[in-house]
Design a protein around this ligand. Structure first.
Ligand code: F6R
Ligand code: MG
Ligand code: MG
Length: 365
């Protein structure tokens, strides 16, 4: 059966500060999603959160970028913002950049990852959701999952994956895209993927079947808003097993923390710490950035799960290493490379301060 999986997310208010979500907000989202399921708009749904980001995971048969599904998400975010405002949560409605819905939430603040698939006999999926980081944060893990045989041994020893995967990479600043094939174009691919503040993997495809393997949200909140309002806090859907990497191969890149941009005030590099949903509360210096992984089996569009995949002692070392990296980076305080390079600080609150200091700079003789 043809099925669409839509993951649409927004930060509509934090509890306390920017470190977590209030249960009443999640309850309100549940209510809207349940009504949409009852009305037949959705086949199934799961509401969760990563840090202060509200995540709507939905299955339906209406295709990608469907107006009804996007409106449902937008209205749910608005209803949850009302709850957030009543509780005076911090930054209530922060990611909703416009008052008027125009048929598609893309460009309006929320992050979106959607894929239309033919549900397989056993359809295992992992949905990654991150907080306090930017959309390029999935470049390194997606490269490891779909192009690095030291991570994914299936690329070497499984005949149905040996043909490799194609990567759709977006230039998030210039709005361009490029398709590159692994393994033969990995050196070209890394030219782009190694610069995650500018280039982000939008999707990955199985080269022989042409089937979609992964999709991520590449929306840059600062670009949409034209100012700093918070980080993108991206999501990514990955199909697993069979002719896709196994769940364990998909989780493996997170066994060693990747260093990403985000953290305090969206202005720092920090380790991406894999945690359970319950532990996705970026507290220390508003971080370190978190990532959760919700695993589901799809059954006729029903979301069987979630299995909270990082809720596992196998990721204790990654968490320990993330804390060690955090200690080391924090020693640098406001210095680069803990603080982002000036070019990236353009999209934070620093330019306002720079403006004040401009007059102090005088020409050298
Ligand atoms: C980072 C983030 C936080 C805030 C910080 C200041 O993505 O959301 O680190 O930038 O807590 O928040 P405001 O300006 O809302 O007081
Ligand atoms: Mg926030
Ligand atoms: Mg957030």
């Amino acid at each position: 059966m043809k099925l669409t999986l839509s993951v649409i997310k927004a930060d509509i208010g934090g509890y306390v500060g920017h470190c977590s979500s209030h249960p009443d907000v999640l309850t309100r989202a549940e209510k809207n999603m349940a009504a949409a399921k009852k009305a037949g708009t959705l086949i199934d749904y799961h509401v969760t959160r990563c840090g202060d980001d509200l995540q709507l995971i939905m299955t339906h048969q209406k295709g990608e970028e469907n107006g009804e599904i996007h409106k449902l998400s937008w209205d749910t975010f608005l209803a949850c913002t009302d709850v957030a405002k009543k509780l005076k949560l911090h930054g209530a409605g922060q990611d909703l950049l416009s008052d008027a819905f125009s048929g598609n939430v893309k460009g309006m603040g929320p992050g979106v990852a959607e894929m239309e698939i033919e549900e397989r006999d056993a359809e295992s999926i992992v949905i990654f959701m991150a907080d306090k980081t930017a959309s390029g944060a999935f470049n390194l893990p997606l490269y490891k999952i779909f192009a690095d045989p030291f991570n994914t041994v299936g690329l070497v020893i499984a005949g149905n994956m040996h043909g490799g995967f194609a990567f759709e990479i977006h230039d998030v600043k210039e709005h361009k895209k490029v398709m590159l094939n692994a393994p033969e174009e990995i050196y070209d691919m890394l030219v782009f993927l190694g610069a995650p503040s500018r280039y982000a993997v939008k999707a990955v495809f199985h080269r022989e079947t042409k089937d979609i393997a992964a999709v991520s949200s590449t929306q840059r909140l600062s670009m949409m808003a034209g100012r700093y309002v918070g980080k993108d806090d991206p999501v990514c859907i990955v199909r697993c097993q069979g002719y896709f990497p196994a769940v364990g191969e998909v989780l493996e890149p997170f066994a060693g923390p990747n260093i990403v941009e985000g953290w305090m005030r969206g202005s720092h590099h920090g380790p991406l710490m894999p945690t359970s949903v319950a532990q996705s509360n970026p507290t220390r210096f508003d971080g370190p950035p978190r990532i959760i992984a919700a695993g589901f089996q799809l059954s006729g569009g029903m979301l069987v799960g979630p299995n909270d995949l990082f809720d596992d002692p196998a990721f204790d070392n990654a968490r320990k290493q993330a804390n060690d990296i955090a200690d080391i980076l924090r020693r640098m305080g406001p210095f680069e490379p803990h603080r982002l390079p000036l070019e990236e600080m353009e999209y934070t609150t620093l330019p306002q301060v720079m403006k004040k200091l401009k007059g102090r700079l005088i020409d050298l003789d």
